[in-house]
Design a binder for this molecule. Structure first.
Ligand code: MSP
Length: 570
């Protein structure tokens, strides 16, 4: 892991990337949502966020994966009956964006507006079901950032001091001696490193050393649903090791206007703008503030006026993030929230990084996976399916075109696609598309598998849920076709009752598959529903109980879901 720090004093040991510096002040306990006036008609939504992407980067496989993971969780929760608010968006301020805008001859805002259209298009391409899309250059976000800065400054959390040391222009972060290699140079990842002497504002962090450790260690016991605060466990352990082995350095929360003007001005000193990470993290509560969340509005006093709605969101249920930004979310963000007087998010869910053909993806070496061209060629659901099926939330993954094509062919075209197509085609051919009387031969197995899938989805174990759907239902039903051989039964009218049974079991299995698959591959699930001649969407897990199809119902035309591609692409 990279070891950049944005502070003055070197940390002693540890591997998490981030920004710290040491000093004194007294911690504040969160006042929590109890301080807010909650209207009785409101029910807290399941609030789910992703990292907000740097606007000047190209949307790639890593961004797509994170957003799809979050989207599957959001859809699964809705399907399980929860009200969900799913937020994603863009991180638009900072030196890199300012420089990129300058290079392209545009004003930063115009530059960001153009790119934001591309990123919003990307979210649509991935078929995300996000409820809001935040841009950190929006006034609603800036107002909240400034309200928080004013509050923390008034409460004595910040102090001004002179920084003397190294600074990575590329990473927009301060570097310390420990970031130097044996030959005194800095890693090439830091880009150009300059020596700086400048005043800045710092956030007192030293007194926050202990309670985050206790907070992490007291989970899952403290959580009503028995969740860890940070998942998976090895990321939790990494944060604990960092907190136990390093004195927290104070966080530099400003950048001088003379060096950077594309940022949110500090409300208490116009010669500075806000450090881009402090700005970015606040998106998780600036949107709730704009949505009229009572707990957040109460914590920010009357600074935010006239929200359009009144939705209870905070605390977030899950922050989905990549492993590289864990320290910002597991250390600095909780400390900031506690200082503001807000409860902590319930869970930080950390995914790994994708490589391509065993190597870091990089434009210069040309080994980039472009999600848009994959989706254009193979369809969005093939892409969504592959990334969730291939990579569990946690470890690093490796994209190979051959691996993608092999899963497409074996699992989507020959597995799911073939099952649905032959089941519905046989119903058309042998029963004119009319559903026979109900039969529950497969019911015990399918109901059990569906229960297992629902349980895994409640735990955000997406890969396990998907494997259950395929191993216990798709494969089982294809095996059932082979065992019962309906095409042979159809040859002899004496077998009519048995053929009815088999066709009912297959058609009903397809209906349940549509419901279970909807969070993962919603467009395909909706096609299965449409081919079954069913109205509405398969978007409620409660529809997954056996026996929903009625005798006499007519299905529509079967159409291949995942056309076979004979020649593999290189
Ligand atoms: N802007 C910050 C996040 C601020 S959140 C308050 C940032 N942006 S990013 O564009 O660099 O990354 C956005 C997300 O994409 C991060 O969670 C990051 O881990 C993830 N990924 C970037 N490259 C990735 C891979 N190659 N693989 C998987 N995810 C990766 O960090």
């Amino acid at each position: 892991m990279p070891g950049a720090t944005a502070g003055r004093r070197p940390a002693t040991t540890g591997t998490l990337p981030g920004s710290t510096r040491c000093a004194d002040s007294s911690p504040q306990l969160p006042s929590g949502p109890s301080s807010a006036k909650v209207s009785p008609r409101m029910r807290k939504r399941f609030y789910l966020t992703t990292a907000i992407d740097y606007v000047n980067g190209e949307p790639h496989l890593g961004h797509a994966y994170e957003k799809i993971v979050a989207d599957v969780i959001a859809r699964a929760r809705r399907s399980l009956g929860e009200e969900v608010f799913f937020l994603t968006g863009l991180d638009e301020h900072g030196q890199k964006v300012q420089q990129a805008a300058l290079d392209s001859g545009k004003k930063p805002q115009a530059y960001c507006d153009d790119l934001a259209a591309v990123w919003k298009g990307f979210a649509k391409k991935l078929n995300l079901s996000n409820d809001d899309f935040v841009r950190t250059s929006e006034p609603r976000h800036q107002t909240a950032v400034q309200a928080i800065l004013s509050k923390l400054n008034a409460a004595g959390h910040f102090y001004k001091a002179q920084y003397r040391g190294f600074y990575s222009l590329k990473e927009e972060t301060f570097l310390t001696e420990k970031d130097r290699r044996a030959d005194r140079t800095f890693d090439a990842n830091y880009g150009q490193v300059v020596e700086l002497v400048e005043d800045n504002y710092y956030f007192h962090l030293r007194e926050h050393q202990q309670w985050p450790i206790e907070h992490i260690e007291s989970h899952p016991e403290l959580d009503p649903q028995g969740r860890e605060f940070i998942e998976p466990f090895y990321r939790r352990n990494e944060v604990l090791a960092f907190l136990k082995n390093n004195a927290l350095e104070d966080l530099c929360i400003s950048r001088p206007l003379a060096r950077l003007n594309w940022g949110i001005p500090l409300p208490f000193d116009e010669k500075f703008v806000t450090y881009v990470w402090f700005d970015a993290l606040v998106n998780y509560i600036s949107v709730p503030a704009a949505q009229g969340d009572p707990a957040v509005l109460a914590a920010l006093k009357s600074e935010i006026r006239n929200p359009k709605s009144e939705i209870e969101l905070w605390p977030a249920d899950v922050h989905v993030i990549g492993k590289d930004i864990l320290k910002f979310h597991a250390v600095y963000w909780p400390i900031t929230l506690r200082a503001i007087g807000l409860p902590l998010p319930k869970q930080i869910l950390v995914h790994g990084w994708w490589q391509k053909d065993g190597q870091k993806m990089s434009k210069s070496t040309g080994n980039i996976v472009d999600p848009i061209s994959i989706i254009d060629e193979w369809g969005v659901d093939a892409f969504r399916y592959y990334v969730v099926r291939e990579l569990d939330i946690g470890p690093d993954g490796n994209w190979t075109d051959a691996g993608f094509q092999a899963r497409y062919s074996a699992e989507l075209a020959n597995g799911l696609g073939n099952l649905v197509n032959r089941s519905l085609s046989m119903l058309k051919r042998y029963r004119n598309g009319v559903v026979p009387p109900s039969s529950d031969e497969l019911a015990p197995e399918i109901n059990q598998a569906a229960g297992h899938v629902r349980d895994r989805l409640r735990e955000n174990k997406l890969q396990e849920a998907l494997m259950s759907i395929f191993f216990s239902i798709v494969d089982r039903a294809n095996q059932y076709v082979d065992q019962t051989a309906p095409f042979k039964l159809a040859r002899d009218p004496a077998n009519a009752a048995r053929l009815d049974q088999v066709l009912y079991n297959l058609t009903e299995t397809c209906r349940i598959l549509a419901v279970l698959l909807w969070p993962f591959i919603p467009a395909t699930a909706e096609k299965i529903f449409a081919q079954l001649g069913l109205g509405g969407r398969p978007d409620q897990m409660s529809y997954a109980d056996w026996g929903g199809l009625n005798a006499g119902h007519s299905i529509a035309e079967p159409v291949a879901l995942f056309p076979r591609k004979d020649r593999p692409k290189n």
